[in-house]
Structures are given as structure tokens and as C-alpha cells.
Design a protein around this ligand. Structure first.
Ligand code: DGY
Length: 319
């Protein structure tokens, strides 16, 4: 079988893809959209391996050569895929749930702790070699234990964050479209109204998919419902937050700090975040561990092998 892999993958995945498939595999640099279509045509490839920075929109799907059967995204999120267009074309699209849950939750919790304890400012001071005489008033963050964490979106990653927060002695509340069965709540309590969740959340961590319904769920109005001094964490999708409103509230102190791994329009991001000392920033690295990236790549290749072998995909994004 033949495959085109448009994003540079970890070495183990590149090696497996090259051993199992003919076609074209991005190694030195990623392939662009037009280039990838030429490669799919030129190699008569049946499978596309891509990731969340690569938009599988209606135009791209319409341009796919007819022999392409499966497109595997190396991500759990699939807001970069036009699901209706893929369905209409009969293209099977798969994602990588489960394997990145723990690492993404770890990153969200790292951002929460970093923002709460002002680690970016502390790190910057050390790098400037500006550590002077200590005052007891320096670098006063806020403690996390005994505080309330609100989780918006209690899927796999939200639940993994809840487990971590319980280990740090936080009280955990969550909001989602419906409550989970008690055995899946990880000690968190369901709050039926988003606004009530926000009013109680001294810390807030976002774990919802980005859909038309969740876009800018945090905006000037909803962010203001958080208690003054709240800390906001986003390791899900940038589009969940109206960044203009977040920047204004970080500036005026209503939001004390934020930990952000994702941005609207990434890899570009609003440069004003750099000017804000109370923000911990990272470049969308929630799944960025050797083990997880390998597991994601293998999961994509397993999905492709299933489809091209005439079996059902393991992780179809719709069924
Ligand atoms: C995911 O898996 O959705 C991550 O955000 C990477 O895109």
C-alpha cells in the first residue's frame, strides 16, 4: 500500500511508515497542501497521515484523488477536519484518543502550577541574572490546595486533570452537557450551569472540543463571572477563549494569571501575551513526550493498516 505523510513524525514512526508503505514521507520539512495533493496523485496513495496544523477542509477533500480511502490525524481534536465534507466523500478519518490523555493533563496541570506560582517571571529573573536581596514580599503566587478548580469539558482529559487536582488537595467542580455517572466523576462535582461553575472557580481549566457551540465560550461576559484573582488554563483549543477579552482582564487583574498552550490562529499568537508577566506560555505541546508522540503515530498507522486491510478503523471520528 501507499501513503503520504505530510508532517514530520518521531523517528520510530517515520521508520515504521517507511518499512510498511511506499509513497512519500515528510522527513526534512513538512509538505504543503498543494504539494501533498501532487504527492497523493503521483504515488497513487490510498492513505494520508496528517496532524492538527493541516486543514482537511471541504476544498482539500474535494481535490483528493479518488483512490484515497483514509486520512489519519495525529491528534485527538479534529476541529481542523470538515466532517460533513469527509462523510459526503466517503473518506474515513481517524484520530488518536486515549494515548495522549495523561500527558495533556500533565501539561495543563503544569501550566496551572506555573501560573499560580509565577514561574515564568521567576525563570525570567534568573535568566537576566537579576536575583538580588530577597524580600518576603517577592514572587507571591497563590496556593492551589484548598482552592476550587472548575473543569469545563469532562471528557478523558478533563477527568485526568480532575484526578491530578484531587492529588493536589483541590476541590473539583465540572460542567459539561450532562453529568457523568458517579463512578467516572473522579471525585469532582457536577455543576449544571456554566455560569455557576465560573462563579465558583478560583482556577479554571478548559477541556472541551472546539465547535461552533464552544467557540469563545470564555468571553468578556463569562470571564468576568470568575472570582477576582482567578487563574485560567487552556491546553485544549485557542478558539475557546476570546483572547481580546482575556488580555483586558489579565491587564486589569480580574484574572490574576493564565497558563496557555493553545492560541487562535497558531502558530501565530497575539504578541501582547509576551508583555504580560502573569502568563505561562507554551507552543501547543500537550502531547509532547517521546512516549505519547510515538503512541499517537503508531495509533495512526494502526488505523491506516486496519482500513487498507479491509477492517474497520479503530478510531473513526464518526461512526
Ligand atoms: C490534539 O491531539 O488534538 C492536540 O491538540 C494536538 O493537535
Amino acid at each position: 500500500h501507499r501513503l503520504v505523510s505530510v508532517r514530520r513524525m518521531p523517528p520510530a514512526i517515520t521508520a515504521r511508515a517507511a518499512a510498511e508503505y511506499d509513497g512519500a514521507i515528510a522527513v526534512e520539512r513538512d509538505f504543503g497542501r498543494e504539494e501533498s495533493l501532487d504527492l497523493l496523485r503521483g504515488h497513487a496513495a490510498e492513505a494520508l497521515l496528517f496532524s492538527s496544523g493541516f486543514r482537511l477542509d471541504a476544498e482539500y477533500i474535494a481535490a483528493l484523488p479518488p483512490q484515497v480511502k483514509v486520512a489519519a490525524t495525529c491528534s485527538v481534536g479534529f476541529d481542523h477536519v470538515d466532517v460533513a465534507a469527509a462523510k459526503a466523500r466517503g473518506l474515513i478519518v481517524t484520530n488518536t484518543p486515549d494515548v495522549l490523555t495523561g500527558c495533556t493533563a500533565d501539561l495543563a496541570f503544569s501550566l496551572l502550577l506555573s501560573a499560580a506560582r509565577r514561574l515564568p517571571e521567576a525563570d525570567a529573573l534568573m535568566r537576566r541574572d537579576a536575583w538580588g536581596p530577597r524580600s518576603m514580599g517577592d514572587f507571591l503566587g497563590v496556593r492551589v490546595w484548598d482552592k476550587t478548580l472548575g473543569i469545563l469539558g469532562m471528557g478523558r482529559i478533563g477527568r485526568a486533570v480532575a484526578r491530578r487536582a484531587r492529588g493536589f488537595d483541590m476541590r473539583v467542580l465540572y460542567h459539561d452537557v450532562a453529568p457523568l455517572p458517579p463512578a467516572m466523576e473522579e471525585g469532582a462535582h457536577y455543576v449544571a450551569s456554566l455560569h455557576d461553575l465560573l462563579r465558583q472557580s478560583q482556577f479554571l481549566s478548559l477541556h472541551s472540543p472546539l465547535t461552533p457551540a464552544t467557540r469563545h465560550v470564555l468571553n468578556g461576559e463569562t470571564l468576568r463571572l470568575l472570582p477576582r484573582g482567578a487563574v485560567v488554563v487552556n491546553a485544549a483549543r485557542g478558539g475557546l477563549i476570546d483572547e481580546e477579552a482575556l488580555i483586558a482582564l489579565l491587564r486589569d487583574g480580574h484574572i490574576a494569571a493564565a497558563g496557555l498552550d493553545v492560541f487562535e490562529g497558531e502558530p501565530r499568537f497575539d504578541r501582547r501575551f509576551i508583555e504580560l508577566p502573569n502568563v505561562a506560555l507554551s507552543p501547543h505541546v500537550g502531547s509532547g513526550t517521546v512516549e505519547t508522540r510515538d503512541a499517537m503515530g503508531h495509533r495512526c498507522l494502526d488505523n491506516i493498516a486496519a482500513v487498507l486491510g479491509g477492517r474497520p478503523p479503530i478510531d473513526p471520528i464518526w461512526s
